[in-house]
Design a protein around this ligand. Structure first.
Ligand SMILES: [Cu+2]
Length: 183
């Protein structure tokens, strides 16, 4: 009886030992799995960070135009290669047809007065000619806005230099102009 019981105990002990040998490595594997998973998840977040950081390294420039033919700034700044977001708002009341405003950034070598002059007849396309030559002169542009409207554009800052910007609505560029300065 006691022998039998001992045998049973031995058998049970063997089973426990076997179970121990299985459970310990198994829990180690599971633990390492968790660590690995945590690392992956953490790594995933870390991999996302550069995307946020890129946006963070980019620059958002907010500017407004009003019914008095004024841009809120005459100077926009960015670093070459930087992702630039311009948030432009028309904070006036007047409609686009009488007081439209846009922000059109031109290449550094563009004759601003000549460019503004050729925009005057382009009413049908919001005072932005659509020919290839004109497009080649433009670095970035917002939509033409009426009072209360806003637009947002994103582009990559070009090589260091000074790039003129204007509103192309007829007559506005004399007052509504500035420089986009890239360092
Ligand atoms: Cu304007």
């Amino acid at each position: 009886m006691s022998d039998h019981s001992e045998e049973e105990n031995n058998l049970l002990g063997g089973l426990i030992m076997k179970a121990f040998y299985v459970i310990v490595p198994l829990s180690l594997i599971i633990m390492m799995g968790y660590i690995g998973w945590g690392f992956l998840v953490g790594g995933g977040h870390k991999r996302e960070l550069p995307a946020y950081t890129v946006a963070g390294q980019g620059v958002t420039l907010e500017m407004t135009g009003n019914d008095a033919l004024q841009f809120s700034t005459k100077e926009l700044r960015a670093k070459s290669g930087q992702e630039v977001t311009i948030k432009f708002s028309h904070v006036g009341q007047l409609p686009k047809i009488s007081m439209g405003h846009n922000v059109v950034i031109l290449n550094a070598d563009v004759d601003v007065a000549a460019f503004a002059a050729k925009c005057i007849p382009a009413a049908a396309t919001d005072y932005m000619p659509t020919d290839a030559d004109t497009k080649a002169q433009v670095l970035a542009q917002t939509k033409l806005l009426g009072g209360g409207e806003s637009d947002e554009i994103t582009f990559t800052a070009p090589a260091a230099g000074e790039y003129p910007f204007i509103c192309t609505f007829p007559g506005h560029s004399a007052l509504m102009n500035g420089k986009f300065i890239v360092d």
